[in-house]
Design a protein around this ligand. Sequence first.
Ligand code: HEC
Ligand code: HEC
Length: 225
Amino acid sequence: MKLPSLNAKPTHPTGYRGRFFTLCLTLACWAVAGASWAGDAAAGKSLYPVCTACHGAAGEGNQGMNAPKLAGQENWYLIAQMKLFQNNARGTASGDMQGMQMAAMAKGPQLATDEALANLAAYIATFPDEPSPTTVNGDVAKGQTLYAVCAACHGDKAQGIEAMGGPRLAGQNDWYLVSQIKKYKAGQRGYHASDVRGQQMRPMVATLADDQAINDVVAYINSLQ
Ligand code: HEC
Ligand code: HEC
């Protein structure tokens, strides 16, 4: 009567009869658990207008404001970043003007609960995921070689791997990826003791020797969307 892969879910119910019935119950339970974890998009909509000025009405990103695309990014990562900003683990490094701007936004009182962040992320998940324009010129073939080490945490299609904490990179604004890699290099990201994931990412940028290598790997990532 065991369905091992399904039983791995913590929300799995106990005390039922029949394999088919079990499967139905499990799926129903998933749907409920998924909905509460994913948040309420309708409730999140009222939290988003303040983000529009920098990230765009549909989270498409705005280079003029240095604000990245949010559409298409996974909600576990969006929520984790909001919390880093709220907890002074991102956006507090000297010289990180963009991070400071964003930290001020994340600390809005209406975003202070896990529920609010989940709702906001659920609303962002309703945005269409449009391809990002190419703004960075690099050698895609050289970038592919450089990307090999990144795939372990970000996925071979740069689709992100939640279990590794590695966000989706494909489809993100290429100029933003460049700026973030430079922030890890400069110690403006992944610097805080509580930012365990950022600290895992930070040493990885050592494999990118110079600006050209950064452009190359980002050009390759941009080709994957
Ligand atoms: C004043 C402009 C501004 C506003 C308003 C703003 N942001 Fe941002 N946001 C930024 C900038 C700039 C960055 C990039 C920070 C950096 O370079 O590290 C950013 C980064 C982020 C990130 C990190 C993305 C990533 O891939 O790492 C998230 C998530 C985010 N913003 C969500 C939001 C949400 C949700 C709102 C509304 C509640 C919001 N922002 C409002 C400017 C803004
Ligand atoms: C050991 C796992 C690991 C490897 C290998 C790795 N990363 Fe990451 N990367 C992460 C994690 C975890 C994060 C999220 C950190 C955080 O939460 O701030 C991240 C974040 C990023 C970000 C920021 C994305 C955003 O939206 O703000 C970029 C860009 C990035 N990685 C690029 C790379 C590139 C390029 C490589 C290969 C040279 C690479 N990473 C290799 C784990 C890794």
